[in-house]
Write a protein that binds this ligand. Structure first.
Ligand code: SF4
Length: 428
């Protein structure tokens, strides 16, 4: 029998949809890896090429973030109207299984690997259930290497992504990670990860770790980074800003080839950081910490959440000024988004402040709640202007004109963001 693993596209005219550089969905290659022998597996990314609904697969398997949910449902409806069986997992369907079941035959809640073999066995036996709930969390030692060969021919230029840890020990109010995985931080055995990295290295020296926090346990990340030394990798991942406090670990990351980290600064306002539960961040140390990243060869893609209750229209200019002063190599300014399952959604719902449940707008670029310190329009306009200003040629020049090894990554990244922002303005 045949399975089509299907990744839905992002809405047209949105930043993440317009970015030319796209990663394939690693979680689908992870599901392919736990698919029993005998199944013929293929992959399609609807964001790269139009979906062919005359596919001969017996089973269509979708995963979606909230902003992709509307497109996922369109795809599911179209396949089901042609008599196909469609199943769905991922963050959005796990949080809203009843909604997803209006469009698909079955929903997997939680980590897919645990429930997937049972779902397939039931499908083959003609007794597919509507709901499969992962029974706990998978033992990370049992996670096989992702079957990245399914990405061949998908149109992706880069498929070297890997996951070494799952979850995060923190619980920021706006974040979906802990809502999905709980607060347990789980690590794959270092030896297994190093073997997988050796394979990836044959394809490309660049690797992106999709971990949400690759340095949450130094007893794990230090031997990992030590083991990566000498492999000739150039890699990026996610880390909190207080990673800079651990000089030994920071140095080991740099020496193992880390050229960039996605860092959640979230806010320059310490009260806002406290309100969102971002316990790792001390705003007064941001600039010094950013320099320490850079001193170890690591550039920063900073993320600043816009529209927190302490934010006024002045936040945009203050944030842009900080980004330039700290010479951040890249940044995004996501509008606070009350994703299903998060604590911020619960709070905003209780306060009657959710103004839109149009999932397409849950793309971190649209205002879906009533802000406190500014109007909806001020938040929207401030976001749009911040993106344009940060990726103007002048700002790119001021932030990137320095001899630093991370420029090899952040130079193209800035051009990519700038082009995507200009395209989305044209499409709008
Ligand atoms: S530290 Fe990062 S990954 Fe962890 S809960 Fe906060 S935002 Fe999410």
């Amino acid at each position: 029998m045949k399975i089509l693993f299907l990744s839905p596209g992002w809405p047209k005219g949105r930043l993440w949809g317009e970015l030319g550089f796209k990663f394939p969905t690693l979680s689908l290659a992870s599901l392919a890896a736990v698919t029993p022998q005998g199944w013929d597996v293929s992959f399609h990314d609807d964001a790269i090429r139009a979906t062919d609904f005359d596919n001969d697969a017996d089973l269509i398997a979708l995963t979606a973030m909230t902003a992709q949910a509307t497109r996922a449902y369109q795809l599911a409806d179209a396949f089901r109207s042609r008599g196909k069986t469609v199943v769905m997992g991922g963050f959005h369907a796990s949080n809203l299984p009843d909604e997803a079941l209006q469009h698909v035959d079955s929903v997997v809640v939680g980590e897919g690997e645990l429930a997937w073999p049972q779902l397939l066995a039931d499908f083959q036996a003609g007794r597919l259930q509507q709901l499969y709930r992962a029974d706990g969390l998978i033992d990370t030692a049992l996670i096989p290497p992702a079957r990245r060969e399914i990405f061949k021919g998908s149109g992706h230029l880069f498929t070297n992504t890997i996951q070494t840890t799952r979850g995060c020990p923190f619980d920021c109010e706006f974040c979906s990670v802990t809502a999905f995985y709980g607060r347990k931080y789980r690590k794959r055995p270092v030896e297994q990860v190093l073997v997988e990295l050796q394979e990836l290295r044959k394809a490309n020296s660049f690797v992106f770790f999709v971990d949400d926090n690759i340095v949450a346990d130094r007893r794990y990340s230090l031997p990992l980074f030590d083991g990566m030394k000498g492999m000739g990798l150039k890699w990026l991942s996610h880390a909190p800003i207080d990673f800079a406090e651990d000089q030994e670990l920071l140095k080991a990351a740099g020496e193992s080839g880390c050229v960039g980290m996605f860092v959640g600064f979230e806010s320059l306002n310490q009260d806002s950081l406290a309100a969102m539960g971002k316990v790792t961040n001390k705003a007064a140390s941001y600039k010094a910490y950013a320099q320490q990243f850079r001193d170890n060869g690591i550039g920063i893609l900073g993320s600043f959440v816009m529209g927190c209750d302490g934010d006024t229209p002045a936040v945009f200019e203050q944030t842009l000024r900080f980004c330039e002063d700290a010479r951040l190599e890249a940044a995004i300014f996501p509008i606070l988004t009350p994703y299903p399952g998060t604590k911020v959604r619960q709070r905003l719902e209780a306060e009657g402040r959710i103004i839109s449940n149009n999932w397409q707008d849950y793309d971190m670029e649209h205002v879906t709640f009533q802000p406190r310190g500014m109007t909806v329009q001020e938040l929207q306009d401030g976001y749009d202007q911040a993106c344009r200003s940060f990726y103007s040629w002048g700002s790119i020049y001021r932030r990137l004109f320095k001899l630093h090894r991370s420029v090899q990554v952040f130079g193209p990244m800035n051009i990519g963001f700038r082009s995507a922002i200009r395209r989305k303005c044209t499409d709008a």
